[in-house]
Design a protein around this ligand. Sequence first.
Ligand code: DSN
Length: 445
Amino acid sequence: MDNSAGGAITQPDTYGRPHLAAVDCRVHELLLRQERQERTTLKLIASENFASSAVLEATGSIFTNKYAEGYPGARYYAGNEIVDELENLAIERLKALFGCEHANVQPYSGSPANQAIYRALLSPGDKMMGLPLPSGGHLTHGWAVNFSGTDYQRIPYGLHEKTQQIDHDRLRETAKRERPKLIWVGGTAYPRIFDYAAMAEIASEVNSYLVADIAHISGLIVAGVHPNPVHHCDVVSSTSHKSIRGPRGGFILSRNEDRYQALYHSKNNHNLAKRIDRAVFPLLQGGPHMNTIAALAVALHEAANPSFRVYGQQIVKNAKALAQALLERGYDLVTGGTDNHMLILDLRDRPLSGKAYAERLSQAGIITNFNMVPGDWRHPALTSGIRLGTPAVTSVGMGEAEMVQIAAFIDLVCRQPDDPDVHACVRRDVADFCAAFDVPGMPDR
Ligand code: DSN
């Protein structure tokens, strides 16, 4: 038995430990294959990133073992003095970074966070407005096959036909006609800045809660390269594993008081912050994942470092450089470019679907995801778009010059989608290209 003070739990990297190889060679082997894949390919999925070694270490730590149902100071299990401190630390760091009144760090991920917000603000059957998936929204913003579409009355709002950006005038008209109780602002495939002030004005005119989903852009907000919604919105939700580079998880930020308490909730009902907390636990979730909360606290500490601002700025510079290089090669981009970390190739007039191009790119070591685009005529399982994001390639240290090279790789594959020799050749070149960069969270070679 290892009684040393350090022991396994303080190993600097929590995956690839000798223990795993000895205990479960199958999983260890899969881990090594995943490591090799990630070292030798370009991770361009806009929602993925590379968490730091410290974040991975906290994720894989003994905090995994602790049950802590409840909230700090009010748990249903004993022995929580330390995890109380931990959860409060994560909460205080979030409040300081975003300047919000209340934070809940327990949601297991973005969709559960959004579900809790619905339960805290609405009753089943209430009207809500959101950006539909093909326009860049998220499943939980009222898509038909999601709980948000089945349990609530969904009123989609759209994009301006020419600019492909949110049409605030039409949104206002629809909101005035429909009087939704909640309006979402945010999405997963929207490459422009969200105008929270304009959305807040509309929401106030119709007595609607305004909820921002910042899952993709929370890191950009912390870095100061996207506006912060907390002063315009009643509630804000996020995942913690995208541009903010934390563990897989979610969090909710809110005001303490509910400005519509008298209108929509009995006066005996709790205030907004309390209703959010109660919706997360005990309504929807059980014990919080304390290892994830520990890793979130670490990621927030890292994000508070001035170097994170430089990182966020570089993400946007890289996205703009990649967009420009692709435009110069004749590709169409949704909205014509990007202001954030992502761009969406519009392939509606190309011979193959987004899915087919994504498969070809993957064979060439370029990892993307296919995505619907505004006006998409292909089936959602095929789509006419490819979404590209720069958070992960920026985390490995790539800059604008590398984005120009990545555009050249993408172009080579898309020009010859049916030539496996070209894909194999690009695959080798991509591996050589990636070899010059160290991947955070992975052991030194
Ligand atoms: N799956 C996430 C994304 O890729 O954007 C959204 O939930």
